[in-house]
Design a protein around this ligand. Structure first.
Ligand code: G6P
Ligand code: MG
Length: 213
């Protein structure tokens, strides 16, 4: 039986996935590589430098590490401008209800986001206190699809991977949950999140009761 639910942030609890998309799109256009929503699916859940490298792999570049860091920083500055005005109104439908329902059912709640802006976003949304444990992305060596971040969350929550439900909107995120040995709830399109054990359109359709017996 499940003892914890570990949520992703961007695209699950709030629509920052769209802001990441806009910020990467601007950068891609600037360096002259094609970029659209389909390609963007590959970036979801992937950390900042990993995402940049995927974009650069679409063109012929010979950049130094320093130049790459400068581009990544540029994207992040734009992203931070986009999220600067976020408030609790930016919570996706059903997000708070889902967190509260999990809490009432007596399960632990974790957050597994590789975003180095996660603490800022959570605080703008006013939901930091709803989590028992939030992984600090700067302490993670390998991003999604590696299982490290979900395994770290489970360990810190004091539960085994089998006792965890992971909730993710990204292909890389679902892969991370599955290779951690957890049950994966995908948020989005079942045609995209093919590795998920179950896919729901959004957290308004999440009910912890469906997973407990
Ligand atoms: C999340 C998003 C990705 C983003 C990554 C790093 O996983 O889904 O799109 O690239 O975080 O975010 P950061 O805020 O650290 O650049
Ligand atoms: Mg996400």
């Amino acid at each position: 039986t499940f003892k914890a639910v570990i949520f992703d942030l961007d695209g699950v609890i709030t629509d920052t996935a769209h802001y990441h998309y806009l910020a990467w799109k601007r950068l891609a256009e600037q360096v002259g590589v094609p970029f659209d929503e389909v390609f963007n699916e590959r970036l979801k859940g992937v950390d900042r430098m990993g995402s940049l490298n995927l974009i650069l792999s679409q063109g012929r570049f010979d950049l130094t590490e320093e130049e790459k860091v400068a581009l990544a920083t540029q994207k992040n500055t734009h992203y931070q401008e986009l999220i600067a005005e976020m408030t609790p109104e930016d919570l996706l439908p059903g997000a708070v209800q889902a967190l509260d329902e999990v809490r009432q059912a007596g399960l632990k709640i974790g957050l597994a986001s590789v975003s180095r802006n996660a603490f800022t976003v959570l605080s703008s949304l006013g939901i930091t206190e709803k989590f028992d444990y939030i992984v600090d992305a700067s302490t993670i060596a390998r991003g999604k699809p590696d299982p490290e971040i979900f395994l770290k969350a489970a360990a810190e929550l004091g539960v085994t991977p089998e006792e965890c439900l992971g909730v993710e909107d990204a292909v890389a995120g679902v892969a991370s949950i599955k290779s951690a040995g957890m049950y994966a709830v995908g948020v989005g399109d079942p045609q995209v999140l093919t590795q998920a054990d179950r896919v729901i359109p959004g957290l308004q359709d999440f009910s912890i009761a469906d997973f407990l017996d």
